[in-house]
Design a protein. Structure first.
Length: 312
């Protein structure tokens, strides 16, 4: 088509302006199950891996841990555009890969096979592909590689480590669960707990009750998620946001609630577990993704089939 004539695909891409959209970058191993291929890469090298991907380029990869999350995000975009076709404050998904472009055809074909609305793919043959996150305006980065996640966090990008597992999360609505300290909030109280024990942490929280907590590594993502959430009434929202924290509601819950109020972040449901296991309540919520900084909580969530992302 002429460059001066409307091109529906071109307009669709322009709708997702990274300066306005909530850009989520996800690696190929997070969105698809590439564990067998990754093992081949580690054992037999890059060239053999590339040959395998090229030979199977028309064979769709099975879904990975973040797949259902991306599907649910896509559903939210559909609901937003139903009410306002000109809306630009959408989710925008970027697939980031350390693979060469030659092995990327299978990734693109797999996304098309499942009907994923993804138009941005970055195949970077580099040890640290996270250097491109900020240039794309990424607000959240999900990877199955711990080094990638740590590099992203050091670059100031909200990031979490995805653990590969079988996921049967429901399609809608999008359900996102955050831990509190060191995820949504800063780790200031965790530091007090480590130095002065539980009683010291409780006393600190009582003293600081009127002072909002500092921001944690996923605050920016949560705030933009909350901004999109406000486009809908509570009854019709395709997004639900949860807080599931080890804090005691009686002794340490008030400051958390006041902090969220100060930020203007609306939470649909909050659970103050007072140190109890989170697995049972997560099994009831059935989130598309659960963010926590404690590996024991991540393992508990995975045991009940909840897709989990560790914030190191």
């Amino acid at each position: 088509p002429s460059l001066l004539s409307p091109n529906p695909f071109f307009l669709h891409v322009l709708q997702k302006d990274p300066s306005e959209a909530l850009v989520i970058a996800v690696t190929t191993r997070a969105i698809f199950n590439l564990e067998e291929e990754h093992k081949l890469y580690l054992e037999r090298g890059k060239e053999e891996y590339t040959r395998h991907q090229q030979a199977n380029q028309d064979k769709p990869l099975p879904p990975g841990t973040a797949f259902a999350f991306i599907q649910a995000v896509q559903h939210v975009n559909e609901k937003i555009l139903e009410s306002n076709p000109a809306e630009k404050d959408l989710f925008d998904i970027l697939v980031l890969s350390n693979n060469s472009p030659e092995s990327g055809v299978r990734i693109i074909n797999s996304a098309k096979h499942y009907g994923l609305e993804i138009s941005k793919f970055c195949f970077v043959s580099d040890e640290d592909s996270t250097q491109y996150l900020k240039s794309h305006g990424v607000k959240l980065f999900l990877s199955a590689d711990r080094t990638d996640v740590c590099n992203a966090l050091q670059r100031g990008v909200s990031a979490a480590l995805i653990f590969q597992q079988e996921v049967q999360a429901p399609h809608t609505p999008l359900r996102v669960v955050f831990d509190g300290d060191a995820v949504l909030f800063s780790d200031e109280t965790d530091q007090v707990f480590r130095e002065h024990g539980l009683e010291g942490a409780v006393q600190y929280e009582r003293k600081m009750e009127a002072v909002p907590m500092g921001e944690g590594p996923l605050k920016a993502f949560a705030m933009h998620l909350g901004k999109i959430r406000k486009k809908f009434s509570q009854e019709k929202s395709p997004i639900r946001i949860y807080l599931v924290t080890a804090r005691s509601g009686r002794d340490m819950g008030i400051r958390a609630i006041k902090t969220l109020r100060e930020w203007g972040l609306a939470i649909d449901e909050a659970f103050f577990m007072d140190g109890a296991p989170k697995g049972p309540i997560l099994a009831q919520i059935q989130p598309h993704i659960f963010f926590d900084d404690g590996l024991h909580n991540i393992h508990g969530a995975r045991d009940v089939g909840v897709p989990s992302a560790w914030v190191p």
